[in-house]
Design a binder for this molecule. Structure first.
Ligand code: SF4
Length: 357
């Protein structure tokens, strides 16, 4: 592991507790809205996007914004972009302090191609790559929620391949991304058991739990009905917190286990109290950019502050415009929209550590 890049990410996160950052260190970038899934909790798959950023435009963006230490590449299904490897290479070559690349997949692309590309990314020398394999239930349930027969078995196959790849690349990690909704409420334990029948090495803590949330600019799911009953959700997540062993796998502020535990505890607060559990670090530590180059505070907050095509692919002219400052003011006043998703929560937790105690 590159200790210096890890330390730089950690120190920047620590600094964000005391001061506004001059540049964001995390980029969440939806490289495409194309998706071949048919999820009941998300309508991205119904969008037939046109005019998404080209590879040359993304290269220009990476060249002019080379300060990212953590990049989340998301979709749609990110591996539906044939040039995903070149996109990652553009960021790797320009962002000298890039430490962490995170990426979800629905496991529906050709696995040989997908795992081959992940291996190529590892060979580029990015110190940490974490893949989230979306998995919302046991075999029948997952296939029903995702609308694709055989999807559960495909996730198992991807997990086996990534597990084997880990033998050769210590910087590779993967988790199962479990999105809770009314369709799978109360079914996490059964799902874990069924996964463990297929993959005896899988552990409870390999499941990253989130709650399905609504976003017009991202999931396009404002018209869908999928939220489970609050009490039931809070009870189930409380159980997860109790079942997760706390491991001090690093210094406290950098510990994945502690941050994940804080994420889950705050998720319970979010569900029970129906409010943002912490002031977010949106447009300070992080931003969301969609596949057309529109820049937003987060995937959950559709207040567009600009488009990189209008600023010659540089974030600088957008970062301090009137819209961006208005968003920051709303955050200060505690008036941001209610949301608590992994895309925003981690940098919010590590940027507010003193309010955790
Ligand atoms: S949740 Fe993911 S896999 Fe499902 S439709 Fe949305 S982007 Fe596609």
């Amino acid at each position: 592991m590159s200790v210096s890049k890890f330390a730089k990410l950690g120190m920047t996160a620590l600094r964000s507790n005391f001061t506004e950052l001059s540049k964001p260190y995390k980029l969440t970038f939806s490289i495409t809205y194309w998706c071949q899934s048919r999820c009941l909790t998300c309508s991205i798959w119904e969008i037939k996007p046109r005019g998404e950023l080209t590879l040359d435009e993304i290269r220009e963006f990476a060249k002019k914004n080379n300060h990212f230490k953590w990049i989340e590449i998301t979709g749609g299904e990110p591996f539906m972009r044939g040039d995903i490897l070149e996109i990652v290479r553009a960021f790797k070559e320009n962002c000298k302090d890039l430490f962490l690349l995170t990426m979800p997949t629905n496991s529906l692309c050709n696995h040989e191609m997908e795992v081959g590309k992940i291996e190529e990314m590892l060979k580029m020398g990015i110190p940490m790559i974490t893949i989230t394999l979306s998995l919302d239930g046991y075999r029948e349930l997952h296939d029903k929620i995702r609308g694709i027969p055989g999807n559960f078995d495909k996730v198992m196959d991807m997990a086996r391949r990534l597990h084997a790849l880990q033998e050769r690349y210590k910087g590779l990690a993967f988790v199962f991304g479990y999105t809770m909704s009314k369709f799978n409420a109360g079914q996490l334990n059964k799902t874990v058991e069924e996964v463990q029948k297929e993959l005896p090495w899988a552990r409870f803590k390999d499941f990253h739990v989130n709650v399905g949330q609504v976003s017009d600019i991202y999931y396009s799911n404002t018209k869908l009905e999928f939220t489970a009953e609050r009490e039931q959700l809070a009870k189930e997540i409380d159980e997860i917190v109790k079942n997760r062993p706390l491991e001090l796998d690093s210094l406290p502020i950098f510990s994945k286990s502690l941050v994940e535990s804080a994420f889950l505890r705050k998720l319970v607060t979010y569900i029970k109290e129906d409010k943002v559990p912490m002031k977010s670090r949106s447009l300070d530590a992080s931003l969301f950019m969609d596949s057309y180059g529109n820049v937003y505070p987060s995937i959950m907050w559709g207040r567009r502050i600009g488009n990189i095509k209008e600023s010659q692919y540089s974030l600088d002219p957008i970062w301090h415009n009137a819209e961006a400052e208005a968003v920051r003011q709303l955050i200060k006043e505690g008036k941001e929209p209610k949301a608590w998703t992994a895309c925003e929560a981690y940098q919010t937790i590590v940027g507010n550590v003193f309010s955790l105690f």
